[in-house]
Design a protein around this ligand. Structure first.
Ligand code: BEZ
Length: 261
């Protein structure tokens, strides 16, 4: 994995600080397993568990739109938090441009967007100019400047093999993570992609549609579901109750029942 990272990316990434700046970060979520040994020396805390349904950990961070307290910044909205390995890298550039172009689609669903890249603010500013130029987009959402990997660490956005190389390189690369967080600050989806694979914005929107529809209507959605397709009656609802609630119910098996969306 390590050899996959381009030399330019190493140059743009700053080394982890010797003293852990996130020592002061309060971690309120339940704690998981101990950290990789080389990292432990500089980290006073363990990572929170990021289970679906758990509260998204809060943090303070510097972003391209100023200092934020993440929970306050969410302001009771659906939120997508997505991370990138580094500024001025090709796949990340295409991703940021694509997400920026979908500003309207996310807004329509009431979703706030926030990116993260493991570089400082000055680098982010220059990179955004490049992204807009190359992809014809207009990046308007904030990007967290996470040069010290504080947020990447908190959200487990660190590649394991890179963690093992910390002693040698003094840095840990941030992977491509997506967190969809609901207005109650609960984590509803986690996606982790390797550095070599750009994400699929349509899938991110599709999951948001599924989650919001499920919450509103009390249904589930089948494989490859898209808005407008039939939805599934969850096992917790009897067919009799489903007919009262949804009208027509198509029963393929007692446990597999469709209804109109
Ligand atoms: C990129 O193209 O975005 C990228 C590729 C490899 C490592 C980090 C970033």
């Amino acid at each position: 994995m390590a050899s996959f990272f381009p030399r330019t990316a190493f140059r743009t990434l700053s080394a982890l600080p010797k003293a852990a700046p996130w020592a002061k970060t309060p971690i309120t979520a339940p704690l998981a397993q101990p950290l990789a040994r080389r990292f432990i020396g500089s980290l006073p805390r363990e990572q929170p568990r990021l289970r679906l349904g758990s509260t998204a950990p809060n943090f303070e961070a510097v972003t391209t739109q100023g200092q934020i307290d993440f929970h306050k910044w969410m302001d009771g909205c659906w939120t997508i938090l997505f991370s990138h390995p580094a500024d001025f890298t090709p796949v990340c550039t295409t991703e940021l441009g694509a997400f920026a172009k979908l500003k309207g689609e996310f807004a329509k669903r009431g979703v706030k967007m926030i990116g993260l890249s493991a570089n400082d603010l000055g680098s982010h500013g220059d990179w955004i100019k490049d992204i807009n130029e190359v992809t014809g987009s207009d990046v308007q959402f904030p990007i967290i400047a996470d040069a010290d990997r504080k947020v990447a660490w908190l959200y487990d956005m660190i590649d394991e093999s890179e963690l093992a190389n910390l002693a040698e390189k003094g840095i840990a690369f941030t992977i491509r993570s997506v967190f969809i967080i609901d207005p109650a600050k609960k984590i509803r989806l986690v996606m982790s992609y390797p550095a070599s694979t750009g994400r699929n914005t349509a899938e991110v929107l599709r999951v948001i549609d599924s989650l919001q529809t499920a919450d509103k209507k009390g249904i589930a959605t089948p494989i490859d579901w898209q808005v407008g397709d039939d939805v599934i009656v969850p096992p917790s609802v009897s067919t009799e109750d489903a007919k009262k609630k949804f009208g027509e119910v198509r029963e393929l098996k007692p446990y597999l029942r469709y209804t109109k969306y």
